[in-house]
Design a protein around this ligand. Structure first.
Ligand code: UD1
Ligand code: CA
Length: 446
């Protein structure tokens, strides 16, 4: 393989989205469209992964991660004009340039590898990825000559009524010999219905000069969808969700109803886990093996160990250790860390707290800014009163403590190892190891 430079076009506003957000920042399966594309590009290990940005370029740069070189297109004068902005970067480069569109998030690396291989084996100046669709509306049409060779691409707005019927379309993805690309970019003109410099005109220009131009017709038209509107976005979302579910199913995860399960692109799930319907696994969530996620759970940017069970609960930016049980109807807010064999069950809210192994918070509690040791039992209705109206304070509960039902622990406060609070205790002062305290205010006896 020759060396590769990838150029992702992401400068457009995306007028048809009717949005304040640049089109390429709209998300598909929890990841922006342009991020999908530059990630796929980076899997090809290019020497330079360039993204052309323009509309709200600062925002696009800020929101896009990876080793990307951003190049600004001040005015968006078309896809050809966008590629011209990277010309300087290509001056001393000799190899393949792959142009990708920031609004085709479902493309796979396999298809791109096929495209690059085809360009090289056919020794083409340019190879275009095409596909056949039932409804070609909105796409550039592929015009072939009498020998079936690709002759030019006609944009929708420039088609004759005959050309409009062509069902083979331009996906927008194309690979070039870098030098022939640079030489011919200057030949583009904006004499068309939209007054834009079309990258697609390079097909006709190169063919007329006698250069070899080829097409790779892919059967997988679903992965080449270009998202121009919210309808397309919804369609892309559905297709990608299905692909993600299939990926996990193939790796030994049971998904009871894939059509009603929403797993983001970056989520990892261990073998023999079971995902029940109406579950949302979002962001950088990682599940261990033999995990069961009960119906109607939402887990965001969290890490769950092996054998964890979650029922109808919400977990955000938290960690849950092996064999722990969360829910039904628990809410783990950011910074919650449950060790192994912990039980946080019905109507319990936990925030920025650590709960040690074997401990239980089974019913109707609020645990905030707390550090709870091992084998602690927190009775029903217990509250850590962590906020005095101005500042947040910590509650420490050491190992083997038994907190009686409906205790109110007024932070900052510490309950020593093995201590007991009676039902309804309002605990204002620290409790010594092994003490039992009852009443309001706390009175202690052995
Ligand atoms: C383009 C193709 C069309 C193809 C379709 C596939 C051209 C002229 N047409 O049409 O043949 O069937 O994609 O989805 O290439 N962009 C810039 N700068 C610009 C203009 C566009 O960076 O000046 C970016 C956009 O942000 C977008 C991509 O290029 O990510 C494609 O632009 P878009 O306007 O969506 O092109 P289409 O009309 O869909
Ligand atoms: Ca498009």
């Amino acid at each position: 393989m020759t060396q590769l430079v990838t150029i992702t076009l992401a400068a457009g506003k995306g007028t048809r989205m009717k949005s304040n957000l640049p089109k390429v920042l709209h998300q598909v399966a929890g990841k922006s469209m342009v991020q999908h594309v530059v990630d796929t590009a980076s899997d090809l290990e290019p020497v330079n992964n360039i993204a052309i940005v323009g509309y709200k370029s600062e925002l696009v740069k800020e929101e896009t991660e990876g080793e990307i070189e951003f190049v600004k297109q001040e005015e968006q004068l078309g896809t050809g004009h966008a590629v011209m902005q990277a010309q300087d970067k290509l001056a001393s480069f000799s190899g393949t340039v792959l142009v990708l569109y920031g609004d085709t998030p479902l493309l796979t690396v396999e298809t791109l590898e096929e495209l690059l291989a085809k360009r090289q084996s056919s020794n083409s100046a340019m190879t275009v990825l095409t596909t056949k669709v039932v409804d070609p509306t909105g796409y550039g049409r592929i015009v072939r000559d009498d020998n079936g060779q690709i002759a030019r691409i006609v944009e929708e707005k420039d088609t004759s009524s005959q050309e409009a019927k062509i069902d083979e379309i331009n996906t927008g993805i194309c690979a070039f010999d870098s030098q022939l690309l640079v030489e011919n970019l200057t030949e583009l003109e904006a004499d068309n219905a939209q007054g834009e410099y079309y990258l697609t005109d390079l097909v006709g220009i190169l063919v007329e000069k006698g250069e070899r131009v080829s097409a790779l017709l892919t059967a997988n038209h679903q992965e080449t969808i270009g998202v121009n509107s919210r309808r397309h976005l919804a369609k892309a979302e559905k297709t990608l969700r299905k692909r993600i579910c299939n990926h996990h199913l193939d790796r030994g995860v049971t998904i009871i109803d894939p059509a009603n399960t929403y797993i983001d692109a970056e989520v990892e799930i261990g073998q023999d886990s079971i995902i029940c319907p109406f579950t949302f696994l979002e962001g950088e969530t990682k599940l261990g093996s033999e995990v069961v996620i009960g119906s109607q759970s939402r887990i965001v940017d969290s890490e769950l160990g092996d054998g964890v069970e979650v029922k109808s609960s919400t977990i955000v930016e938290s960690k849950v250790g092996d064999d722990s049980l969360v829910g039904p109807y628990a809410y783990l807010r950011p910074g919650s860390e449950l060790a192994e064999n912990v039980k946080v069950s019905d109507f319990v809210e936990v925030k920025k707290s650590q709960i040690g192994s074997g401990s239980k918070v089974p019913h109707l509690s609020y645990i905030g800014d707390a550090k709870i040791g091992q084998n602690v039992n927190v009775g029903a209705g217990t509250i850590t009163a962590n906020y005095d109206g101005q500042n947040k304070h910590q509650t420490v509960i050491e190992d083997d403590v038994f907190v009686g039902s409906d205790s109110t622990l007024i932070a900052p406060v510490k309950i020593g190892q093995g201590a007991v609070t009676g039902a309804g205790a309002v605990v204002k002062d620290d409790v010594e190891d092994g003490d039992t305290i009852v009443g309001v205010p706390a009175k202690s006896f052995r």
